[in-house]
Design a protein around this ligand. Sequence first.
Ligand SMILES: Cc1ncc(C[n+]2csc(CCOP(=O)(O)OP(=O)(O)O)c2C)c(N)n1
Ligand SMILES: [Mg+2]
Length: 347
Amino acid sequence: MCELGDLADPRQHQEPVDIGGEDPAFLVIQLRKMLTIRLVERHLALMRKEGLIGGPVHLGAGQEAIAVGVSGCVRSSDRVFGGHRSHSHVLALGTSIHGLLAEVLGKETGLCRGMGGSMHLWDGPRGFYGSVPIVAGTVPLAVGAALAAKLQGTDTIAVSYFGDGAIEQGTAQESLNLARMLKVPVLFVLENNLFSSHMHIRLRQPHDSTARFAAAHDIPFEVVDGNDVVSVHRAAGRLVDRARRGEGPGFLEAVTYRWYGHVDWREDVDVGVNRSAEDLANWRARDPIARLSASLETAGFWSRVEEAALVDALEKEIAGAWERAMGDPWPDQGALLDRVYAAAPNL
Ligand SMILES: Cc1ncc(C[n+]2csc(CCOP(=O)(O)OP(=O)(O)O)c2C)c(N)n1
Ligand SMILES: [Mg+2]
């Protein structure tokens, strides 16, 4: 529970994932989602590099299996929250690629009408209740949403995505405690990519696993290879089922690694003393997409030709959405303060 062992070793777990007993059609959908996220973020990286995006973008290439695996257990009536690195979280729920790109560009057609940019995303109809860049800022909101669901007598759950840096915030610890004491239906998904901006977890904490915080708060937890979408989906499913049955919160620690630096397209900046070119190459070889693709191909459910055609179709879709977003209008300046506060209730 304290040490991740081989899960944190990039030379391990590079083999294809175990897909035994899984529905191949569902796995192909998951592969498609992961590829969509990868290609949208690659496009964002390129456009940011070219200076076409004004604000910073925090990219999660390499981490796609977590959002996709978890989202396979989520309904549109659930309440999902993220943080500064949340493109994958909202795309995995099926949000519009154009809506996301337009938001990153600050256009009126964006998910938040261009008022938020990459770090403030929202797609209520798909269950995404928001991301903000205040580290751990949405963890208590997820607990509140889960409490509301419980009081409403539904089997709706909340999902809180946060990082190994965010668990160090007091508000995250308070949220775990409150969720356990109120026994609310929330799944905490800790994406442990081993870094909090430039600092490796070994420089910040006595142990590299964060599941011990769940144990401290008496919350059931699972620790999985976050680059294995099947493992993530199975573990999330077990914890989500408990939560829907009214058995309280769960905690999923998914071990992963981000390929880019902390922010924007570069691989080499802001990544701390513990990251070497060799580590990065080994983590790239643990690619969640390539691993699932290889498993499906060996089992006869997928081929390189199909994958090339899918990549081609997705690239065209992304390029089309980008062109449209570039041509979309900016928000009206007079609307700047319109949605800062909710409208006063009619008492
Ligand atoms: C309250 C707060 N403190 C510091 C920051 C600056 N900051 C932005 S991201 C980040 C690191 C977060 O690390 P982690 O939670 O592991 O997420 P990751 O970036 O690895 O996805 C920090 C310190 C912030 N945005 N908010
Ligand atoms: Mg991190």
